[in-house]
Design a binder for this molecule. Structure first.
Ligand code: IMP
Length: 424
């Protein structure tokens, strides 16, 4: 399968990094198509821990990596990761960064933080990495792009134009400190020297790879329910994680995508604010958080935990065109006697629906209707194949398949790479 998109099917943190890492073994190129350092993956290889936020996870496998035009790039973070890789004796020669990707500038971080502070109770709960303000400037046609670092004069000019407006905004609207042009320009000239060699025409690179019959993975960051158009707006990120955006975010035609793999946890987590119908009430919420180590990679925040929501997952299958599912962290459920699974939503008029509500207020009012499946007490770490899973665990996976009419081809049963079981 030459072109495969891996997309988060819930609210993020589904364990996409590990699935990408696994599939990257048999791929020739790994691309990111949206988002920035609001994503975070921890990948452990041969006892070495890699924490990645900007680079595609495929870098750990030593694969050529692309940061597509749809991404936003924080040069401090990206350069930090490149330096870290090189200091461990790893090559970064095959990292390609689109000249059309936008740069997250220091004022984007400052505005993200100040804006969240100002929103108070209405805050989105962003990662405060400048993502929203950077994409907003892209849409406003005020952004600074990766290609601008190639010409020091253009770079300085663009910083000057942006600062003339951003400093006013920071001081007058947010009562925050302004940025000094000379300091920012000098800092970015330094970054420009370091990054220059990675800037490439990534659309052409990926097209050539596909034409040559190579296997290309497109690694989505964040997830379906955080999608700017299809997620639970306004509690979403500012880009489009859905699979079809892999084409736009890298610069290939949509018909080039051959396969879409959705990644979902066997339960659900959410960071930040917003409605969450299957959120667990009571002590089980804390129990699941501890068992699943549900704390954010980027912000360290506690993740809210809920039972598997098949209404939301069915929606993710629809809007992404998911062909196959990877169901991760099934082992975390080993410790529960009964496993409620949300199969429908009850609506305020007393009706029930299997379809995700199209409007925000209906989603806010939706109440979960559960089928309760039997749990299993055996730990799953001894299972070397999907056939060895306890009967109730197999039943859980089969239930998901039946309800969604999608094959679950991978099942995650533990933290390390070897614990992703393939189902025929
Ligand atoms: P932003 O992407 O920093 O603007 O944050 C917007 C929303 O997306 C917030 O609810 C964040 O918690 C959420 N978010 C962004 N990136 C991730 C991620 O990688 N995992 C989970 N949630 C995320």
């Amino acid at each position: 399968m030459p072109a495969t998109v891996i997309v988060g099917a819930q609210w993020g943190d589904e364990g996409k990094g590990k699935i990408v890492d696994l599939l990257a073994q048999d791929s020739d190129v790994v691309c990111r198509y949206q988002g920035g350092p609001n994503a975070g993956h921890t990948i452990v290889v041969d006892g070495e821990t890699y924490k990645i936020r900007a680079l595609p996870s495929g870098i750990v496998r030593g694969k050529p990596c692309v940061i597509g035009n749809g991404c936003v790039v924080d040069l401090e973070v990206l350069i930090g990761e490149l330096d870290d890789f090189e200091s461990r004796g790893r090559s970064t020669d095959e990292v390609y960064v689109s000249g059309n990707a936008h740069l997250i500038m220091p004022w984007h971080l400052a505005i993200d933080q100040a804006s969240e502070r100002r929103l108070g109770k209405l805050a989105i709960g962003t990662t405060k990495r400048g993502i929203g303000p950077c994409y907003a400037d892209k849409a406003m046609r005020l952004g600074i792009r990766v290609q601008d670092i190639l010409d020091p004069k253009i770079l300085r000019q663009k910083i000057e134009v942006a600062l003339a407006e951003k400093n006013l905004w920071l001081q007058r609207v947010y009562d925050s400190e302004p940025f000094d042009l000379e300091t920012v320009a000098a800092q970015y000239e330094g970054h420009a020297q370091r990054l220059r060699r990675y800037v490439a025409d990534t659309s052409l690179y990926v097209d050539n790879a596909l034409r040559a019959g190579k296997d290309v993975l497109f690694e989505g960051a964040q997830a379906t329910l955080l999608d700017l158009d299809h997620g639970t707006y306004p509690f979403v990120t500012s880009s489009n994680p859905v699979a079809s955006n892999a084409a736009t975010g890298v610069g290939i035609g949509p018909q080039r995508i051959d396969r879409v793999i959705g990644v979902a946890k066997a339960y659900v987590t959410r960071v930040g604010e917003g409605p969450f119908p299957s959120e667990i009430e009571g002590a089980d919420q804390e129990r699941m958080r501890e068992l699943g180590h549900e704390y954010g990679t980027v912000t360290g925040r506690s993740r809210r935990c809920g039972w598997l929501d098949l209404v939301a997952l069915r929606y993710a299958v629809r809007v992404n065109g998911i062909d196959q599912l990877a169901l991760t962290k099934l082992d975390v459920l080993s410790h529960f006697d009964e496993l409620p699974v949300c199969v429908r939503y009850r609506t305020p008029d007393g009706g029930e629906t299997r379809d995700f509500p199209a409007h925000q207020s209906d989603f806010h009012a939706a109440e979960p209707v559960y089928d309760v499946l039997p749990g299993w007490s055996e730990p799953l770490d001894g299972c070397a194949s999907a056939g060895e899973l306890p009967e109730a665990a197999r039943g859980y996976v089969e239930f998901v398949e039946r309800e969604l009419d999608v094959e679950v081809t991978l099942v995650g049963t533990g933290a390390d790479r070897a614990s992703v079981l393939t189902r025929a």
